[in-house]
Design a protein around this ligand. Structure first.
Ligand SMILES: Cc1cc2nc3c(=O)[nH]c(=O)nc-3n(C[C@H](O)[C@H](O)[C@H](O)COP(=O)(O)OP(=O)(O)OC[C@H]3O[C@@H](n4cnc5c(N)ncnc54)[C@H](O)[C@@H]3O)c2cc1C
Length: 328
């Protein structure tokens, strides 16, 4: 009997891979240590225009509709995934930044500049203009990831994989699982455990008792609705070569609150908690020399790009699976 494909890691990358493989009729076993999944982010922006230079990453214009279509598919199958197809608003502080955004704007991006007074809710004073991205929005990361895991039909084993080759995975209790293929989607913690390259950037998000704005607003930091209340995200701690348990960064919380208040009025909003995670950058997807597949380094774009790249990787894995391997 052909063994299952084994996916190491059950965040948005691993869960999306497992879902697409499951849909293709492939038996899947998912190994997940359940430690530090960045994909549990309470409100992930689906925002194709990134950072303070307004760059649009490769594949973002494909990733955005792909993620929304996947979310609709899961919702139609009965999965409850809090989200808002609300659009995203990107205020810019000056004409120079606006020109930078325009320079980086690719053909095909659905976006329009608005005067701050034209935004349908109050922003703080001082913005030059606001780029409206009507196809953006937000999604509850944990619910989306959980829905993909459930819908994948994968057998999930709560364990840490300690060693793997192209056709077997060893777990921390010493057991060995044979595999038709092995796909490593270990995120930040998994990259550290496996000494894989990438830059780790911890971030803390403040949970709010209500959304400060009805749609995400982002420049430097972001305000967004969430399943319960809203969020103000996120700090950017110093980049590190390894993942380490995140600590509450008191010094950068003041910075974050300042950035949030600069976006929209926060009066009357209460902080109800914090969420911490680490972004791993250094995007890489494919097959290593030893035959093991991987998808990692999604940075802060796990939900924008992860499902699309996972679907492409899963299609490659199916093509190369025993019995389907292309003839030389
Ligand atoms: C502050 C912050 C803000 C963010 N904002 C956004 C946003 O606005 N938009 C957006 O799209 N995304 C956002 N994200 C999420 C981000 O995109 C992440 O890159 C993404 O969620 C990573 O997904 P992943 O599946 O690669 O890894 P993870 O979600 O980290 O999952 C990896 C899983 O693999 C498991 N694992 C690792 N190694 C092993 C092993 N050897 N054996 C067994 N299990 C293993 C881990 O325990 C973990 O459960 C944010 C993240 C952070 C931290």
């Amino acid at each position: 009997m052909t063994p299952p494909v084994v996916v190491i890691g059950g965040g948005i990358a691993g869960a999306s891979v497992a879902y697409v493989l499951g849909r293709a009729g492939q038996a899947v076993t998912m190994i997940d240590a359940g430690i530090h999944a960045a994909s549990t982010v309470p409100s992930a922006l689906l925002n194709p225009v990134r950072g303070q230079a307004g760059r649009v990453p490769d594949r973002a214009l494909e990733g955005l509709p792909f993620t929304w279509a996947l979310l609709r598919e899961l919702a139609a199958a009965g999965h409850d995934i809090p989200h808002g197809a609300t659009g995203v608003y990107r205020p810019v502080p000056d004409a120079k930044t606006r020109a930078k955004f325009d320079r980086h704007r690719p053909d095909g991006l659905n976006a329009a500049w608005r005067r701050p007074a034209e935004v349908p809710f109050p922003l703080s004073a001082g913005w030059e203009a606001v780029l409206h991205l009507p196809e953006g929005g937000w999604v509850d990361g944990a619910a989306f990831t959980q829905a993909l895991r459930r819908a994948s039909g994968a057998a999930v084993i709560r364990a840490r994989a300690t060693d793997w080759t192209a056709d077997r995975v060893t777990l921390d209790d010493g057991s060995v699982l044979p595999a038709a293929a092995v796909i490593h989607c270990g995120g930040a913690v998994g990259a550290s455990w496996a000494s894989l390259p990438g830059t780790h950037r911890a971030g803390t998000m403040l949970l709010l008792d209500r959304p400060a704005t009805p749609a995400p607003v982002s420049f430097g930091a972001y305000l967004a609705p969430a399943a319960r209340g809203g969020v103000l995200g996120a700090t950017f701690e110093a980049p590190a070569a390894q993942w380490g348990p995140e600590v509450l960064p008191l010094a950068s919380l003041g910075w974050l609150l300042g950035k949030g208040a600069a976006l929209a009025p926060l009066a009357g909003t209460r902080i109800t908690g914090t969420w911490r995670g680490t972004r791993l950058s250094g995007l890489s997807a494919g097959r290593d020399g030893d035959g093991v597949w991987h998808l990692r380094g999604l940075g802060s774009q796990g939900f924008l790009l992860g499902p699309l790249l996972a679907a492409e990787l899963a299609a490659d894995v199916v093509r190369h699976a025993p019995g389907n391997a292309p003839r030389a």
